[in-house]
Design a binder for this molecule. Structure first.
Ligand SMILES: [Fe+2]
Ligand SMILES: [Fe+2]
Length: 278
């Protein structure tokens, strides 16, 4: 079975900078003929506040004849408390109305494919605990299936024991709760987006994959991270185990955020470093 993961498309009808990469990405997906496409968030430039961004993006995804499941990114439903767009019920409701559920579990053969709303982790939202309990239940009843987990944010950037990286990864307490579940249920794969870097690694027995964006890479605006800057997607082959192939998709343009940030994500005085991007 094959799953294509795409991430960080950052589509918008009013800020069309990255929309042009959809055509080569769509052609590539159709050539590969996966059983499922999973979008790991930042579907939009600003779905957190612009309904039109979500409507437009769903119309593009709807061009595929292949089933698509999506989890939200910070630009779709907001981010941490205290950020300029905190995740809240209004934003979550908008995603659910226009895109679908913000988490999912789907069985394909002897695999359970789980999508998690990683923006809830550490948010203090009432739904954070509800989602965690749902995840515990979903993992408790696998019937012998292996698990591939998809989410927007990675659990960590450099080290599973690192402190709070704020914008980039999960906070230590919530990270540990998820790491404990990955270990307890021998989860095969945790695949994420958000960083706009492509990388593969491992934590315990779980493979980690950062999908590349389909939109933009970042030059000097942010720190260097592990892996590669490229535009593309990931083919996950799910057999006895999970193996993942990061693909630089021909025909795409590697836009550089540094060149367009003032048009796409205008920085305000109150914007913290790193707040504007990814
Ligand atoms: Fe993001
Ligand atoms: Fe992003």
């Amino acid at each position: 079975m094959k799953i294509i993961q795409i991430s960080d498309t950052h589509f918008s009808p009013s800020k069309p900078h990255f929309n042009g990469n959809w055509e080569p990405i769509r052609r590539w997906i159709e050539q590969v003929e996966p059983d499922l496409v999973v979008h790991t968030g930042d579907l939009t430039i600003d779905g957190a506040d612009q309904e039109d961004d979500l409507v437009f993006s769903m119309a593009l995804l709807g061009e595929l004849d292949i089933p698509v499941l999506a989890v939200p990114g910070n630009h779709d439903v907001g981010h941490m408390p205290g950020s300029h767009q905190p995740i809240d019920d209004t934003r979550l409701d908008r995603w659910r109305r226009l895109v679908g559920p913000d988490r999912f579990a789907k069985d394909l053969g002897h695999w359970r494919i789980i999508g998690l709303n990683s923006l809830l982790l550490g948010s203090g939202q009432a739904e954070e605990e509800e989602q965690f309990n749902w995840l515990v239940e979903t993992l408790a009843d696998l019937g012998g299936r292996r698990v591939a987990l998809f989410a927007h944010k990675p659990l960590f950037v450099d080290d599973p024991m690192e402190g709070d990286t704020g914008y980039w990864g999960a906070r230590p307490t919530e990270r540990q709760h998820i790491l404990d579940l990955l270990s307890a249920h021998d989860v095969a794969l945790y695949a994420s987006g958000h960083l706009h870097w492509a990388w593969q690694g491992k934590v315990g027995r779980t493979k980690l994959v950062w999908a590349p964006p389909t939109s933009f890479i970042i030059d000097k605006l942010e720190r260097e991270m592990p892996g590669d800057r490229l535009i593309g997607g990931v083919i996950h082959h799910l057999g006895e185990d999970a193996t993942s192939e990061i693909v630089e998709v021909p025909g795409t343009i590697a836009h550089v955020l540094d060149d367009v940030i003032d048009e796409v994500y205008p920085r305000t005085v109150s914007t913290l470093p790193g707040e504007a991007a990814e």
